[in-house]
Write a protein of this length. Structure first.
Length: 337
């Protein structure tokens, strides 16, 4: 009952268009896209509704630790403009930096685990780099109308990076999920584990909802999952600093109309950090363990830049938060925090 099979150009990728009849065995069934709505609060701006997707690209993992990044990239191209990229296998390996900023109306369903390779030398040179706070990304999502969901795991294999930090305190470590210039979409029902650096960097983006995200960073040895990028080591104060830097949950930069809700995060730095020029952000029903909570971070950091971080609503975040409850205030770099 498969209507058509097209573009099986690449091993590991099959593309279906149209619908399969139920239980016909023509293609694995896909979980429905979750309905994600801001609740109970909203920033008052319209959230664009994604139209249904009309084709599906199934990505078959090579297995045995082989790199699946080219297949995932090809699937994103083949299913761009209205498709679903289905990652249904138990494990995918990403060993190459993936620039997914061309996306137009695409869903990604992640059911298994996506793991990034431990090749520090490769990632240090190939990751996407941005001037702002030296951000470095394994992959980046951008474009218009992108939804990522499915109950799966994105694993940054942070341990090798934390261990390397012991001998290289200036190591530039990738952020686990890069969202650069994405207008419209959501990330829902995903687990993020062991990012080398922050969990999310969201920049130049608007109209996004993050919902039901579970984020944990746990070192398996005595090298804390909590290393900073600063070259500080010995004294007590410096050790303290080293242990409390840089595993932020969400870092929002130059972004508007963002909702973060119904999520759990166990980390060591900010749960949500508002960098310059983030506006209309709602944070609600977050459970933050071990973090500072919510901070308006790094404003006024660059000379001659005006930073505007305005209209926050932060509600019902629980945890050991030391900074919390930023309620509808307009911040500028000169506002005392
Ligand atoms: C800790 O993580 C490293 C790097 O991923 C891995 O090689 C090692 O086997 C892990 N050790 C344990 C005890 O899980
Ligand atoms: C530390 O890592 C950076 C890459 O992030 C590299 O440029 C630098 O040479 C490394 N330093 C040492 C001492 O290995
Ligand atoms: C965001 O947009 C600005 C202006 O176009 C650009 O300079 C910057 O590189 C973009 N991305 C990030 C992460 O800052
Ligand atoms: C923030 O927005 C203001 C006003 O639009 C602009 O002047 C400034 O350059 C922006 N800063 C950053 C870091 O994007």
């Amino acid at each position: 009952m498969r209507e058509s099979v097209m573009n099986v150009a690449l091993l590991g990728l099959s593309t279906f268009t149209g619908l399969c009849a139920a239980a016909s065995g023509c293609a694995p069934s896909l979980p429905p896209r979750p309905t994600v709505v801001p609740f109970p609060y909203n920033h008052g701006k319209h959230h664009a509704i994604s139209p249904p997707r009309t084709k599906t690209c199934y990505v078959h993992a090579f297995g045995n630790g082989q790199d699946d990044s080219q297949t995932i990239f090809s699937a994103a191209k083949a299913c761009n403009n209205g498709g679903t990229v289905a990652l249904l296998d138990p494990e995918y390996i990403i060993g190459q930096a993936l620039d997914l900023t061309f996306l137009q109306s695409v869903d990604f369903i992640i059911q298994g685990e996506i793991r990034f390779t431990e090749d520090i030398n490769y990632w240090v040179q190939a990751s996407f780099k941005y001037a702002y706070q030296g951000a470095s990304l394994f992959w980046q999502f951008g474009g218009v109308d992108v939804n990522v969901y499915g109950g799966g795991v994105i694993n940054g294999n942070g341990q090798v990076w934390w261990d390397r930090m012991v001998t290289n305190t200036t190591l530039q470590r990738p952020i686990l999920v890069g969202v650069i210039g994405l207008q419209g979409g959501m990330f829902s029902d995903l687990s993020l584990s062991n990012p080398p650096n922050w969990f999310h960097f969201v920049a130049n983006s608007s109209d996004l909802i993050f919902d039901k995200m579970t984020m944990t960073a746990l070192s398996n040895d005595s090298n804390a999952a909590k290393n900073s990028g600063e070259s500080k080591r010995n004294s007590h104060m410096e050790e303290k600093s080293r242990l409390t830097d840089l595993e932020d949950g969400w870092d929002l930069y130059r972004s508007d109309a963002i909702v973060i809700q119904n999520s759990y995060i166990s980390n060591d730095d900010d749960c949500v950090s508002f960098k310059p020029n983030s506006t209309n952000v709602v944070v609600q029903n977050l459970r933050c363990t071990g973090s500072h909570g919510i901070s308006v971070g790094s404003l006024g950091q660059y000379l001659g830049e005006t930073d505007i971080a305005g209209k926050f609503t932060s509600l019902t975040a629980r945890g050991e938060n030391k900074r919390l409850m930023i309620q509808k205030r307009i911040f500028t770099s000169t506002t005392p925090l």
